[in-house]
Design a protein. Structure first.
Length: 317
């Protein structure tokens, strides 16, 4: 049992906006490597409309082809009831995901731009999706722009907490707070997560931060210190949110799995990840995308002190 749970987002969030289409065999090899390196949450694919997002036209084939690890959650991204119905159809065939995701934005401006729906309409959509899922999956709700919005500025923490409450009341077990465009700082990260942990003890809080301004890891550390144990990351930091490019410009990537795992393990926090396999998988991710990605650890190697016991292990509170 490790101290933290890392969700690897490369195969969905990472690939969604990649211009090149990866062949099915490459996706299967990637996800199998994620399983083999010890990850216990893997964002595998998206049941999106293939006309809109052709990258996931093979969503069912991906689920059918991957090797399943014991106790591993394979997450399917779902945008609407039709997507949940596709998830259920695959589950009936015995090849389904075991976690599905739901998404809301903390601000109406971002919701309209990103989801083409007002927040109110999106909450109706989520209610319908939860009803359609009928308790068959572990569910994770993500609140985008939870720490600030490029269109509306400061986001009210009490409004975010109301969204967490709505997810909780709907029976959603995990709630991710998204720092979608890298606006959080350690103090806001700690304040909001501490409030979630205090007010919603039944909810598993998840950090889903983008590293747009190089603040991802410092904020993840702040989240860890507040008691968060679930983190979304992506090998090489790929992925992220198109809104950043369309409306703000800049880097859209996720926090690099390699860098966050290296830091945690160097602090004596166990991740359950085989570090040598992680480095081999990191190189494989770069080779399949044909370019150097953003991980500093991929560039410099793992912390050389890692093969010695950490001087003062950080206790998992
Ligand atoms: C789309 C979600 C998962 C996201 O990346 C964000 O809002 O930060």
């Amino acid at each position: 049992m490790s101290d933290v749970v890392i969700c690897e987002c490369f195969a969905r969030d990472g690939l969604q906006h990649e211009p090149q289409m990866l062949p099915l065999e490459t996706k299967l090899a990637l996800i199998d490597q994620f399983t083999d390196m010890g990850l216990t949450r893997i964002e595998a694919m998206s049941y999106s409309n293939p006309k809109v997002i052709p990258q996931f036209a093979d969503a069912t084939e991906v689920l059918a082809g991957i090797r399943r690890g014991d106790g591993v959650y394979y997450k399917a991204t779902c945008a609407n009831v039709r997507a949940v119905e596709r998830a259920l159809a695959d589950t009936e065939k015995g090849i389904g995901a075991n976690e599905i995701s739901l998404l809301v934005s903390a601000t109406d401006s971002h919701s309209l731009k990103n989801l083409k729906r007002t927040r109110e309409d999106q909450w109706k959509n989520i209610t319908d999706m939860v009803a359609a899922a009928n308790g068959r999956y572990r569910m994770v709700g993500t609140i985008s722009m939870a720490f600030g919005c490029p269109f509306e500025g400061t986001v009210s923490e009490s409004d975010v907490l109301k969204d967490v409450e709505k997810f909780s009341k709907a029976g959603v077990q995990l709630v991710a707070l998204g720092d979608t465009t890298g606006m959080a700082v350690p103090a806001t990260t700690q304040r909001l997560f501490s409030a979630v942990i205090k007010e919603f003890p039944d909810v598993v809080p998840v950090a889903h931060f983008h590293d747009s301004r190089g603040t991802g890891i410092v904020n993840y550390l702040a989240a860890y210190e507040s008691g968060v144990r679930y983190f979304d990351c992506s090998m090489g930091g790929v992925g992220g949110h198109p809104t950043e490019v369309k409306y703000g410009g800049g880097f859209t990537g996720n926090v690099c799995t390699e860098d966050w795992v290296n830091l945690l393990e160097s602090m004596g926090v166990t991740t359950g990840i085989d570090l040598e396999k992680m480095m081999a998988t990191s190189a494989y991710c770069e080779s399949v995308l044909g370019r150097q990605l953003y991980s500093k650890v991929a560039l410099s190697g793992l912390n050389p002190l890692l093969d010695r016991p950490a001087a003062t292990p950080v206790s998992a509170s």
